[in-house]
Each structure stands twice: as structure tokens, then as C-alpha cells.
Ligand binder design. Structure first.
Ligand SMILES: C[S@@+](CC[C@H](N)C(=O)[O-])C[C@H]1O[C@@H](n2cnc3c(N)ncnc32)[C@H](O)[C@@H]1O
Length: 239
């Protein structure tokens, strides 16, 4: 983020409020003797997601398990693996056997393009958020999550059309750019079971992510009500 971008974000009350809320949650979960607190402390070094968004993912997994919504957990945009690992640990604690599908280039962000309204800002991020597949797989190994996980390396645009995920109960979209979010919705939305949860990480941060979601809803003639998690994240249950 350059200086003028940082300044304009800092002036937004919602951005500031999210920062305060996430800092407080971070302090609480750094010491909380809860299942979530323990999991949070294990994944924190491996994620750039906020505490509120991680809590929302954890709750989504607990909800689909409790309501027996069929389907696997799918994350598109994994970087160093923290948010996916947190969801896997929630499954583990519940003794639930469902599988996880983890999609990423594992080579960092692809280029944004003119579909991204904030391209002039986004273009500086090519290659950032890099997580190596070996590092993610080693984290999943230490946490006992390897047996249930499929790692799918490559551009979503190439891997999604040839990967048969089957039914999905939780879909986490964390690909930042318009094309990355749109291709995931086009290929995966119809696989999400009714009552399944969809979380979009960058809806309030990257204009392309938000535009992709809005364009997709318009194309489908649907208007799900999005729950506000924090400045950046939104979640909804598929009707
Ligand atoms: C913000 S990071 C994900 C953060 C992660 N969920 C965490 O917990 O820290 C975004 C990731 O999406 C991946 N990504 C974005 N667009 C992609 C695409 N079209 N195909 C494959 N991976 C993509 C990038 O490689 C990057 O690792």
C-alpha cells in the first residue's frame, strides 16, 4: 500500500473500527483457553487474515458440521496456509471426516488487469502473498491435516475446470482480483450445498473482488444478504 492509499484508508471510520476490533480480538485470543484461541495461536504466523475473518471461517465450519450440510471445504487463495489450516482444525475437533481442497498458484499473486477498478494500486501486488506448497504441506503435516487435504497448484483459471471437487459446504474465496474471484464463483457456486457458507475475504478492500461478486449476483439474478464481518470480509449462507 503506498502512502496516499494508506492515508485514504486510515481516514475511513469502518477501516479504523475494524482495526480496533481485530486488535482487541487478537489480544483476547492470544491468551484465551478456548478451542478457537488455541487454534488461532497455531495458525496466526501463517495467515494474513484478520481475527474476525478467521473467527467467521471457524464458525462457518462448526455450523455446517452441526447442521450436517453436505460437502467438502474449499479454499481458493491459501498463501502460507493459515486460514485453510484453521478450518481443517475445526473439522478435526468435531471429529468430522470431510475433505479439504486448497487452490493456489503457490507462487504468489498473478497480475491484476483492467477488470480491477483499482488496477493502478493492484498492479503493484504481482508476486506478493507468496506461500510455498512445501511450507503449507509441512504445516498441514504437523497439524495432522494432510490425509484429508487435496492441494491444487496453478491458476484457478486452469485448475478449477479440471478438478472435480464435488459438493461444497464451506467456500472461502480469498483471491483478491476480479478474474480470480469471478472464475471461482463461476466454477464452484453451483456446487455449494443449500445452507453452505461462502466467505469473501476482500469484498471491502479490493474493488475487483467486490465487483466480481456483484456482477455474478447480477448475472444469476440473485441477491443474497451479505453479513458484515469486518472492513474487508463478508459471508453469506447459500439459500
Ligand atoms: C491474500 S492471499 C491468501 C491469504 C490466505 N488465505 C491467508 O490465510 O493468509 C491470496 C492468494 O490467492 C492466490 N491467488 C490469487 N489469484 C489466483 C489465481 N487466479 N489462481 C491461483 N491462485 C491465486 C495468491 O497466490 C495468494 O496466495
Amino acid at each position: 500500500m503506498n502512502a496516499s492509499e494508506a492515508l485514504s484508508r486510515i481516514r475511513e471510520p469502518a477501516f479504523l473500527a475494524s482495526g480496533v476490533m481485530n486488535s482487541l480480538l487478537h489480544v483476547i485470543d492470544t491468551i484465551a483457553p478456548t478451542d478457537y484461541g488455541r487454534a488461532y495461536r497455531q495458525v496466526r504466523p501463517y495467515t494474513m487474515s484478520s481475527n474476525a475473518r478467521l473467527r467467521a471461517l471457524n464458525a462457518a465450519v462448526e455450523q455446517v458440521v452441526q447442521r450436517q450440510v453436505p460437502g467438502d471445504i474449499v479454499e481458493c487463495g491459501t498463501a502460507r496456509g493459515g486460514s485453510a489450516a484453521l478450518m481443517g482444525m475445526a473439522l478435526q475437533r468435531a471429529g468430522d471426516p470431510r475433505r479439504m481442497w486448497v487452490f493456489d498458484t503457490f507462487e504468489g499473486m498473478p497480475e491484476a488487469n483492467s477488470n480491477d477498478p483499482d488496477y493502478e494500486h493492484a498492479r503493484h501486488y504481482t508476486g506478493t502473498c507468496r506461500g510455498e506448497l512445501a511450507e503449507v504441506s509441512s504445516l498441514f503435516g504437523r497439524l495432522g491435516l494432510l490425509d484429508r487435504t487435496h492441494f491444487v497448484q496453478g491458476l484457478f483459471q486452469d485448475t478449477l475446470p479440471r478438478t472435480p471437487t464435488g459438493p461444497i459446504s464451506v467456500l472461502h474465496l480469498d483471491g483478491d482480483w476480479y478474474d480470480s474471484v469471478m472464475v471461482c464463483l463461476e466454477h464452484l457456486y453451483d456446487h455449494v450445498s443449500p445452507g453452505g457458507m461462502i466467505q469473501i475475504d476482500d469484498y471491502g478492500y479490493w474493488a475487483g473482488a467486490r465487483k466480481a461478486v456483484e456482477d455474478f449476483f447480477r448475472q444469476r439474478g440473485i441477491a443474497p444478504s451479505l453479513r458484515y464481518i469486518d472492513y474487508s470480509g463478508r459471508q453469506f449462507s447459500k439459500p
